[in-house]
Design a protein around this ligand. Structure first.
Ligand SMILES: [Zn+2]
Length: 134
């Protein structure tokens, strides 16, 4: 994605553009994808960037707070940042560590429980964990 394109997305999501944020966004928003913070840092390093680890983590947190990216927790220590924020579900392969999309309309719920009193549904997201067949 072009720099002006990223800047206009930042405007839309109320994110102040800094050189570091633009660098992180350029990696993550390049295409629909799921990347961990470490994978993003890796790509930044390969591209010659000197953005610190802490800055990358803070930037990703900010992006997800503003709704620019979606966090997908696959287990308590593994988190991916999803550049596609429309409602959809995921397969997670525990052997390969790969996260892939499932179209929203492919999962249907027949019997969701009543919501706790005084709450409204924000989202329902399914993570189907798979492993390679032996
Ligand atoms: Zn996804």
């Amino acid at each position: 994605m072009s720099l002006p394109g990223i800047r206009s997305i930042f405007d839309k999501f109320g994110i102040l553009a800094t050189p570091q944020r633009l660098e992180v966004a350029a990696v993550l928003l390049e295409k629909p994808q799921h990347l961990s913070a470490d994978q993003i840092i890796d790509r930044l390093r390969k591209g010659g960037s000197a953005v610190s680890k802490a800055t990358v983590y803070n930037t990703l947190k900010l992006f997800s707070e503003h709704g620019l990216v979606k966090e997908v927790m696959v287990d308590p220590i593994r988190k991916f940042y999803d550049s596609a924020t429309h409602p959809h579900h995921h397969f997670y392969n525990v052997d390969t560590g790969e996260l892939s999309d499932i179209a929203h309309e492919l999962v249907r719920f027949e019997n969701l429980p009543d919501l706790p009193q005084g709450t409204e549904r924000q989202s329902v997201e399914v993570l189907i964990k798979v492993r390679d067949q032996v």
